[in-house]
Design a protein around this ligand. Structure first.
Ligand code: C2E
Ligand code: CA
Ligand code: CA
Ligand code: CA
Length: 278
């Protein structure tokens, strides 16, 4: 009877543990990943088109899951957004970037841009202002300039977006519209919201040199950006040919594998030192 009772207890305990961990699953994996320090940040240099100078970095999250290994950012960001986990995840990003910045600032001049991807859902979250304030307080004082890169995907959902943009500008944070040229009806947002940078999606850049009809569209986007007084950043620049074409059309800023992949801090520092020696 004693042994049977013990067995029963073990079965009940493991069953409830299983139920508990199953219930824990949706989204909580992200919280666990944060707790277990499974996330890290890589930084991709942003270059001034004319001079080739590194003027900034884009911070990109990486997640190495202990069981499945590296998870593609598009996948876990979408997952985090769908599970209402994007706010804790972005807070964690803020923490990691603030830590890395203590080292990185020694290798980058004051005024270097630190660009972060901010999910539109976070903008309308109640904690957004406080999250940003805490991040700024944790960053090295007066060294980096901040750019928040925002995709237009779900921007329409938040009605107070214009007010949030105003507030960000008051904090000296500038705003980039990310992935411009993907999806639909992006033009309306350019009129509606006060952006500083327009990031031309990789898809556009990759069509350069392929003699397709997309070059006139890219031309029109660049004209538009000039008229709206937006700085332009071409992303996904992989070839000299693309870079030359973009410079000729007046694109002011670039990033892509041609210059550097996103790198962890130590490798980024080597890259910066190589640039300085060249
Ligand atoms: P994104 O914001 O458009 O980031 C640029 C993506 O292009 C990065 O992919 C980068 O590694 C990749 N890339 C840069 N240069 C080249 C190139 O020359 N060729 C090619 N083929 N790719 C290039 P990654 O790191 O996989 O990130 C994918 C997306 O996940 C990002 O797209 C962004 O939307 C999202 N993401 C990444 N980190 C974060 C984050 O911390 N927060 C949020 N909200 N989203 C993030
Ligand atoms: Ca981005
Ligand atoms: Ca982008
Ligand atoms: Ca993208």
């Amino acid at each position: 009877v004693l042994i049977a009772g013990l067995l029963l207890a073990v079965v009940v305990a493991s069953a409830s543990w299983l139920l508990f961990s199953l219930r824990l699953r949706p989204g909580k994996e992200i919280l666990l990943g944060i707790k277990r320090n499974e996330f890290h940040v890589v930084y991709q240099p942003l270059l001034e088109a004319a001079s080739g100078r590194v003027y900034g970095l884009e911070a990109l999250l990486r997640w190495t899951h202990p069981v499945t290994g590296p998870i593609p950012p598009d996948a876990f960001i979408n997952y985090a957004e769908s599970q209402n986990m994007i706010v804790p995840l972005t807070r964690h990003l803020f923490r990691l970037v603030a830590q890395d910045a203590q080292l990185l600032r020694c290798y980058l001049p004051p005024g270097t841009i630190m660009g972060l991807n901010i999910a539109p859902g976070h903008l309308s979250a109640g904690s957004f202002h406080q999250d940003v304030n805490e991040w700024i307080a944790a960053m090295p004082p007066a060294h980096f300039d901040y750019v928040f890169e925002i995709t237009k995907r779900t921007m329409v959902a938040g009605k107070n977006v214009a007010a949030v943009f105003d507030w960000l500008h008051q904090q000296n944070i500038t705003i980039a519209i990310d992935d411009f040229g993907t999806g639909h009806s992006a033009l309306i947002y350019l009129e509606k919201f006060n952006f500083d940078y327009l990031k031309i999606d990789r898809g556009f850049v990759q069509s350069i040199g392929m003699e397709t009809v997309t070059s006139p569209v890219l031309d029109a986007v660049l004209t538009l950006a000039r008229k709206l007084n937006l700085k332009t950043v071409a992303e996904g620049v992989e070839t000299e040919e693309q870079a030359a074409w973009l410079i000729k059309r007046g694109v002011s800023h670039m990033q892509g594998y041609l210059f550097s992949r996103p790198l962890p801090p130590e490798q980024l520092i080597s890259y910066l030192q190589q640039q300085a020696d060249a």
